[in-house]
Ligand binder design. Structure first.
Ligand code: F6R
Length: 612
């Protein structure tokens, strides 16, 4: 998981590398470093900790962030999420030995064998990283021709990698190669870049190439050349990112998470626009025709974390509207249990980043079994997007905060559109009813805008739970699906333990956890289940729990059942999730802020989980 960057041009590179790395910190922030050519040598500056706390002060102390006349102009950088070896200065990247230096995103599976071979060949090792074995193997094979060294090295290493490499003898050139891990090459004017993803370099250029497996990129200020492992030139299509640069900046908000919560009305409109034609969902442009959809026997929805939670909402919607049974599962479980999927089925994988290793593996498995695959993905051109048979882009724009907010909302929106479409295809709803549902969906962004006008209720609710050690989220039906996501948001950024529980299941064991110190957040927006949910809420209230209830505005609920009530605009039960989601996100956000946590970069996490 980790992010890599590189720059070669005629401008001082340390600032550019640091700025680009900051955009990739969502991929990991245990340590960071850069390496660059300095008076004929490769110089490395790296340290443990987040970029602004570790690397930037270190570079400043060495006067490397001021644009002096002889400032370095070619270098590589890395931000790390530790896999092999603890977060420490020595395990930070770049890793080099004077002749060769590299940054690496991925995992080298056979590093032990290679290390043993290299030790027997006289090499010594300083770090605990798998990357050091690659650097030393490159050095072993380097006899003056970098391409030969890289080709030999990649034929011997197994696993996943995106590598940015400097060779001492080529002071204006970055070599880059990838397998599995993402890598793009940015094309500027007299300067070029490498990066793990396009957000890192968007400020400098919007033109980029996507590197494919085992293509070697040779990047100089004037030229970008791609070569295959046989030394043949490869012609690549130049792509242009159409995201606005400001979309990847905080724009006056205290945190990316808050900005991304406020981005949701616009993001949802962008998610809907391309797929709604003549008032109803239409996926023919991405290849999901009426006829195709009517032929699938079973539906599977697979993802991880919040993406999987959006799949749970999808299951409830599709089953209730289209009357088709849906299997929804966590990718890391599904892929290893020999799933019952065949060539008659459709597998929908959901991923914001489009790079999640388990989701990608699940997708590949579904394809191997002959199923059709549809990826609901945010990041354009990502590996999952390129692997699936059909892609429904969720169009949220860049999501920087590690904690997914708008990324989740647009996934849920995709679930709605698919559910309406499948219900129509299966003849379970009329075209008129489909139009009505679609119109309801398109009215939601404006209602979210209304909720976001006043934040006091969420701040007050957060102040009620900020000192709790543990809490529960409960709900029934779609409210249960939402409580899973609310609970994940809270624990992810506030570090308060929380669990989501189906309200009716509490009394089968979990209710024993309830004390006066265990607040309960009760999601109670489903009118047809309200009576039952309120009974469950009273059960926890009777055992001393402080209850925060989220309900449809105007709905009468016995005041003795709760301590704090948060209203969301009233709508048909089935349309509530995207509205209910907003208080859940904001309660988590303000709780983390009140506890003084690093909201955008919570401990131990990384946004793009490219390891199993
Ligand atoms: C939670 C969160 C994670 C991701 C999960 C899947 O806030 O962000 O649970 O949802 O890691 O990531 P993607 O959607 O990129 O596959």
């Amino acid at each position: 998981m980790c992010g890599i960057v590189g720059f070669t041009g005629n401008r001082p590179c340390p600032n550019i590398l640091v700025d680009s790395l900051k955009k990739l910190e969502y991929r990991g922030y245990d340590s960071a470093g850069i390496a660059f050519f300095d008076k004929g040598h490769i110089r490395t500056v790296k340290t443990k900790g987040k970029i602004s706390e570790g690397l930037v002060p270190l570079l400043k102390s060495q006067n490397l962030l001021s644009d002096t006349e002889n400032a370095p102009v070619c270098g590589i950088g890395h931000t790390r999420w530790a896999t092999h070896g603890e977060p420490s200065d020595i395990n930070s990247h770049p890793i080099g030995n004077g002749r060769v230096c590299a940054v690496h995103n991925g995992i080298i599976e056979n590093y032990r064998e290679i290390k043993e071979f290299l030790i027997n060949s006289g090499y010594t090792f300083e770090s605990q990283t798998d990357t050091e074995t690659v650097v030393k193997l490159l050095d072993f094979h380097y006899k003056g021709d970098p391409l030969e060294a890289i080709t030999k090295t990649i034929s011997e290493i197994e696993g996943a990698y995106a590598l940015g490499i400097l060779f001492k003898d080529f002071p204006d050139t970055i070599f880059a190669v990838k397998k599995e891990s993402p890598l793009i090459i940015g094309k500027g004017d007299g300067e070029n870049f490498i990066a793990s993803d396009v957000t890192a370099i968007m400020e400098y250029t919007k033109d980029y190439y996507i590197a494919e497996h085992n293509e070697i990129a040779v990047v100089t200020p004037q030229n970008i050349k791609f070569i295959d492992i046989y030394g043949r030139d490869i012609q690549k299509e130049l792509k242009t990112v159409d995201w606005d640069v400001s979309a990847a900046q905080k724009g006056g908000y205290a945190h990316f998470m808050l900005k991304e919560i406020f981005d949701q009305p616009a993001a949802l409109k962008n998610a809907m626009n391309p797929s709604i034609k003549n008032g109803i969902p239409d996926f023919s442009e991405i290849g999901l025709t009426f006829e195709k959809m009517s032929n699938y026997k079973n539906l599977f929805i697979i993802g991880c974390g919040s993406a999987m939670h959006s799949g749970v909402v999808g299951k409830y919607l599709i089953e209730s509207l289209a009357r088709v049974s849906v299997t929804v599962d966590i990718a890391s479980e599904w892929r290893y249990r020999d799933p019952l999927i065949t060539n008659e089925d459709l597998c929908i994988v959901i991923s914001q980043s489009g790079e999640t290793a388990d989701t990608l593996a699940a997708l590949k498995l579904a394809k191997e079994r002959g199923a059709d695959t549809l990826a609901v993905v945010n990041v354009v051109g990502s590996t999952i997007a390129r692997t699936a048979d059909m892609v429904l882009y969720s169009n949220a724009g860049p999501e920087i905060s590690v904690c997914s907010t708008k990324g989740y909302a647009v996934q849920v929106c995709a679930m709605y559109m698919l559910a309406f479409f499948i219900a129509l295809v299966r003849g379970q709803i009329t075209k008129e009813y489909c139009e009505k549902l679609t119109s309801e969906l398109t009215s939601i962004p404006a209602q979210i805008g209304e909720i976001l006008k006043s934040l006091e209720d969420f701040q007050f609710a957060a102040s009620n739970i900020m000192n709790a050690e543990s809490l529960l989220y409960i709900g029934r039906g779609l409210d249960y699906a939402l409580s899973m996501e609310g609970s994940l948001k809270l624990k992810e950024i506030s570090y308060i333990h929380s669990e989501s529980y189906a309200a009716g299941e509490l009394k089968h064991g979990t209710i024993s956890l309830i004390t006066a110190d265990t607040p309960v957040i009760a999601v109670a927006t489903q009118s047809y289940l309200l009576e039952k949910t309120v009974s469950n809420i009273k059960e926890v209230k009777a055992r001393g729990a402080k209850v925060i209830i989220i309900a449809q505005s105007g709905v009468d609920i016995d005041e003795s059942a709760y301590d704090v009530r948060i209203d969301v605009p009233a709508k048909d039960d089935i349309m509530m999730p995207l509205l209910t989601n907003i208080p859940l996100q904001l309660i988590a956000y303000y709780t983390a802020v009140l506890r003084g946590n690093d909201v955008d970069m919570p401990r131990n996490l990384a946004k793009s989980v490219t390891v199993e």
